[in-house]
Design a protein around this ligand. Sequence first.
Ligand SMILES: Nc1nc2c(ncn2[C@@H]2O[C@H](COP(=O)(O)OP(=O)(O)OP(=O)(O)O)[C@@H](O)[C@H]2O)c(=O)[nH]1
Length: 450
Amino acid sequence: MNTGVTPPRSGAPGARSRIGVRLLLVTVMAGLVFSVLSTVVRGALAYMDERDALVDELAQVEDIIQPALAKAIWELDRASVKVHLDSAARLPALGQIVVTIVMADAEPEVHARRRPGWSPDASLPVLRRSLVYSPYADSREVVGELTVFANGGELKRRLYRELRIIFATQLIQSLLLAGFVMWMFNRSVTRHVRDVAAHLDALSPETLSRKLVLRDKMNQNDELDQLAGGVNELQHRLGGHLAQQAQYEGELSRHRDNLAELVGERTRELEAANLKLDQLSRSDALTGVSNRRHFDECKEVEYRRAQRTHQPLSLVICDIDYFKHFNDTYGHMAGDDCLRRVAGALAECCRRAGDVVARVGGEEFVILLPGQDMAEAQQCAERLRAAVQALGIAHTASEVAPSVTISVGVAGLDLPKMESVDAFYHCADQALYRAKAGGRNRVVCWEGEA
Ligand SMILES: Nc1nc2c(ncn2[C@@H]2O[C@H](COP(=O)(O)OP(=O)(O)OP(=O)(O)O)[C@@H](O)[C@H]2O)c(=O)[nH]1
């Protein structure tokens, strides 16, 4: 029969003491005690029996020798009396035999035979009877008295032999009973308990569906079946709990994944929004180039870098000529559009890494040119001016050209003279002022004192 039971794992602790062996020892000890007690009781009974048997034997001796002994005494045949006494004294049951011959005119004559080593014992049986002889019919003469004493040594010898037999049989009975009880216990209990232990030891979440079946059980519906039923029920419930737990864990994991995805998505959106905000905070809403705030930050950074590295740094300030007239002529919306196009043209001309194009006022733009000296900046400024004019934005109200133009002031950083970034800016602004004053639509480089 398939038990569904696997052998214990190598790491599982085995039973150190076996119930069957303990039961055997207890049974043997109990058997020994029982044997001793039984031997004592049966020994006492055997003593009574052996004593009675001894008395019967003595009585038989008396019955046998009494007639012959009485006749020998009547006939005064002393030799025959002695022969009878010697013969009787050889019987094992007899310790001492005494014959007292009664004579009318003389003292009683006593003849005795005693077994070597025998001594009188009041607890031993003693039989007495008169020796009677009938010399002729209807006559009865008492010729003496016969006394026989039991042999205590013989009584002990017989009793010991009986006790040995009793003890040996009791011991054999007890040992056989112990062996039988252990065999039965092992067959009906121990091996099933071992099977249950092995089954439990082999259990794992994967084997929970494997049922415990007890092998070759004789009795059904006993405590062991209750135990097996309990184990199977427990496995069933445990399997249900584990399945439910796995389901919950799966759902939890899915929720966790969804949450992580959601958080990731939100984080990406937030980062994009932050980036956008950052860009917005740094750029001019109308034109898209940098705003004043960003320009101020960059201006400080680049000024310090130039101080530290002695690399050239230039600043260009552009202002649209007669922009007020432009607004007045074409309207504010057109003015905005003009600002956007001019900013685009400036940004297009200044695309080197580090160049910063910013709108810092209504129609005023600045360009920070790190790494460029005054001469390079002047060339750049000329390109800017030409690029704006090349846009060809009609400006009939301008007094210098039919299209939109810009005036440009340029300053190269001259550190000994420009002790602050504001002084640097002021120089570029001065150059712009001179460009305006000089007729507009031109580039003027700062050359004077800061
Ligand atoms: N459309 C538009 N106009 C602006 C904006 N910001 C400032 N302005 C106008 O720009 C004009 C600047 O005029 P002014 O400072 O007198 O300078 P200008 O008219 O260009 O004269 P010059 O600089 O001397 O050539 C003003 O009329 C402002 O209203 C803007 O964002 N959009």
